[in-house]
Design a protein. Structure first.
Length: 278
């Protein structure tokens, strides 16, 4: 694997004006569907614009590229915490298997649950012209637990996104989380963001990354977790994305690792909409 340098910064939310005759929002080029709780994933891609052509692959070499990627059914989710996740070089790595976050039964070595889900994939411009594309992560469906006091899994959901632009070998890393239900006064400042994991009084080294707080979901009214636009995606350019999703056990709304959530589904979608570069 080549050396990578990690740049921790907020992924910018950009907007683009689309010219007449260019379809951006109506052309669904790529989608990912993922379940937290009982997990199923499906990756699909379709192209309607003959001038713009993107390809997907699980390998940076694109020795095999496809318009369809599939993730098999995974075990139910348990809870974990950010500080227990592996290093960047393990998570943001095409060689690390999806089930890397699984926990196993000491009795028969069967998989009991998964602590986090990670998936690495590549996007390549295989067309004849430069393109732009919108990348968004959305909450598609949310089913609460059937416990006596139902839990909304979005309250403890954390989404970490690695976006690597291989032309410059620069990686943007960001952790997203829902805003607090009630703002908190911390050192004289009103804080609306959730801590990435540990509470304010025990964050320690976490303050070195995003100040120890999640980037708020972009727009909960539209169920958008994060959104980014890539412009001037030139011919043969390749970008890498790694999604890591988990239920944060240190969140005040969690079960504090006592037991995993039951009978809950949180369907997450990632969409890439591509169009001619403006």
């Amino acid at each position: 694997m080549y050396e990578r340098r990690y740049v921790s910064k907020r992924i910018r939310r950009l907007s683009i004006a689309i010219g007449a005759g260019v379809s951006a929002t109506d052309v669904r080029l790529f989608s990912i569907e993922a379940f937290l709780g009982r997990f199923v994933g499906t990756f699909t891609v379709s192209l309607d614009n003959a001038n713009v052509a993107l390809a997907l692959s699980e390998k940076s070499t694109f020795e095999t590229s496809t318009s369809f990627l599939h993730v098999a059914t995974l075990p139910p989710y348990g809870e974990t915490t950010f500080t227990d996740l592996p290093e960047d070089s393990v998570l943001d790595n095409e060689e690390t298997p999806i089930l890397h976050g699984a926990t196993y039964s000491p009795v028969d070595d069967s998989i009991e649950r998964i602590r986090y889900f990670k998936y690495t994939f590549y996007v390549k411009n295989v067309g004849d012209i430069a393109a732009s594309y919108d990348f968004s992560i959305r909450i598609i469906e949310n089913q609460m637990t059937d416990e006596a006091q139902p839990r909304d899994l979005t309250d403890t959901l954390r989404v970490m996104l690695y976006s690597t632009y291989l032309e410059t070998d620069e990686t943007e890393k960001a952790v997203y989380g829902k805003e607090r239900k009630s703002p908190k006064l911390v050192d004289g400042e009103i804080i609306e963001q959730e801590p990435i994991s540990l509470p304010e009084d025990s964050r320690q080294g976490l303050v070195d990354f995003q100040g120890g707080y999640c980037i708020p979901f972009t727009d909960m009214r539209q169920n958008i977790i994060a959104k980014n636009t890539i412009e001037n995606f030139v011919v043969n350019a390749v970008n890498r994305y790694t999604l890591v999703m988990w239920l944060e056990g240190e969140d005040a709304d969690s079960s504090q690792f006592l037991e995993p959530p039951t009978s809950a589904q949180l369907k997450i979608g990632v969409e890439i909409n591509a169009y001619e570069n403006q």
